[in-house]
Design a protein around this ligand. Structure first.
Ligand SMILES: Nc1ncnc2c1ncn2[C@@H]1O[C@H](COP(=O)(O)OP(=O)(O)OP(=O)(O)O)[C@@H](O)[C@H]1O
Ligand SMILES: [Mg+2]
Length: 452
């Protein structure tokens, strides 16, 4: 059986049929016994009335009997002598009636019941009531057919009840089955569509029970898978886009060199360009690899107890000559030590990218300031420059992979991975990183690290 509705319906109907059959059979038995008993009781009563009426009356006087016992209509009767000779009666009267119960009734002076016997060719129920002070008995007889008719009517009633019960069971099973199977069908339709490649396929939650929750879980899972697939698609597009430029450039220069069309004096310059492109490719691949390992948590950090101010000084000293070369006013404003637990190389890498960006985006003669201070239980580092700033709408997104703000200058172009790596490193340390518009219109990048 393939559908829930069908399965439910069949089990419901089977259940109802079995219950009703059992109840019906029991009821029929009880009612049969009841009808038998009450008929016998009634017949005994009539027998006693007749027996009493016959006391002191000449026996062969049916007229008198009919006057005395008008309620005899329905049940026939016989009056028999002690040896079974029928003296009188109603309907077709047989000559004799002498079952062994007759003898017992007279001997014990108590009424006897014969559930089934034949009188004048008809199957009957007979009750023998002995006559008082006389050797004989009154026999009340009732055709079994009459009792059977009552029972047959009863069976019809029971059957009707069964049919009504069945109809109700069918209806209930159908409703219940639909309530169950609709959400499942909806879910399986959505799953099939999703599997077939429609990443937007979601299921409507049709109930608020376990199935509803399952549907919600499915939808959430679909959201995530969709985001993952789209993220991967985008990543692949960005990676191939980033790789294409340097690779095309290298291919072009190599081709020119091979064909020997490059003048001797220019060769060195061509090779320099190739070397720098290869260098750029190398960095891109390294960065991508590092970011992937950061994101999967594969990259192990070497956490140490250290002073953040120390690391800031080292990085500042490295960059100082480069800023000076460009006439940029570079300042480091730090106070007391800032004890943190961190991987010095990774934090240095973050600072390298922030200072590198500041150097890259600040025009000659500009300003770059690095401040570090305690804020609550955290050390906060702020790198501000007097560059072009980042448009409000890009402030959040510059931390995404390959994201380059729309105001980027030509010339030195990065891959747009530096801040994505920085965000991973800082969040692995339990800190936060964000960008703000600087006071003079430039850019400020802030990050925090928990203090030890
Ligand atoms: N100080 C800044 N001033 C203006 N724009 C900035 C600054 N820092 C970052 N940005 C913007 O954010 C983008 C992302 O920076 P990120 O450091 O991630 O990449 P990148 O410097 O372009 O390349 P990479 O760091 O991988 O060499 C930059 O391309 C730039 O558009
Ligand atoms: Mg950068």
């Amino acid at each position: 059986m393939r559908s829930i509705v069908a399965r439910l319906t069949v089990s419901y109907v089977l259940f109802v049929v079995i219950i009703m059959l059992v109840v019906g059979l029991l009821m029929q038995q009880m009612l049969t016994a009841y009808i038998h008993r009450s008929t016998v009781r009634e017949m005994m009563h009539q027998g006693e009335v007749i027996a009493r009426a016959l006391v002191g009356t000449p026996v062969r006087s049916p007229l008198l009997l009919r006057e005395l016992v008008p309620e005899l209509v329905g049940a026939g009767y016989l009056v028999v002598s002690g040896d079974g000779e029928v003296l009188m009666g109603s309907g077709r009267i047989p000559g004799t009636f002498r079952p062994h119960e007759l003898e017992r009734a007279i001997r014990t002076r108590s009424p006897q019941v014969i559930s089934r016997t034949t009188v004048s060719g008809a199957e009957v129920l007979a009750v023998i009531v002995p006559l008082e002070a006389r050797d004989g008995a009154v026999v009340l007889i009732k055709p079994l057919r009459e009792i059977d008719i009552v029972l047959a009517e009863l069976r019809v009633l029971l059957l009707r009840g069964l049919l009504v019960g069945l109809a109700v069971a069918l209806g209930l099973a159908y409703l219940l089955g639909r309530g169950l199977s609709n959400p499942i069908r909806e879910l399986s339709r959505a799953a099939a569509r999703f599997r077939a490649g429609d990443l937007d396929a979601r299921a409507r939650a049709l109930s608020r029970d376990e199935l509803g929750r399952l549907t919600e879980d499915f939808n959430e899972m679909a959201d995530r898978i969709q985001a993952m697939i789209e993220g991967r698609r985008q990543l692949l597009a960005s990676v191939s886009h980033e790789l294409r430029t340097p690779v095309t450039s290298v291919a072009g220069f190599v081709e020119a060199l091979r064909e020997g069309i490059v003048p001797e004096a220019e060769r060195g310059r061509y090779l320099d360009i190739i070397a720098s492109d290869v260098e750029r490719l190398n960095r891109l691949i390294d960065d991508l690899f590092q970011l992937a390992r950061l994101e999967t948590g594969e990259l192990a950090f070497d956490y140490q107890a250290l002073d953040l101010v120390e690391i800031l000084r080292v990085e500042a000293d490295r960059y100082d000559p480069r800023f000076r070369e460009r006439g940029i006013d570079f300042r480091l404003r730090v106070g007391d030590e800032l004890p943190v637990t961190a991987d010095p190389d990774r934090v240095g890498q973050v600072l390298d990218n922030l200072l590198g960006n500041a150097l890259k985006f600040t025009p000659d003669g500009g300003e770059v300031t690095v401040t570090a201070r305690r804020v609550g239980g955290e050390a906060e580092v702020r790198v501000c420059d007097s560059g072009p700033g980042i448009p409000e709408k890009d402030l959040e997104r510059i931390f995404d992979r390959f994201y380059k703000a729309s105001n980027q200058r030509g010339g030195e172009r990065g891959a747009g991975l530096g801040l994505a790596i920085a965000r991973e490193i800082i969040s692995r340390h339990g800190g936060r990183i964000w960008a703000e518009r600087g006071p003079g219109g430039g850019t400020c990048i802030d990050f925090t690290l928990p203090l030890r």
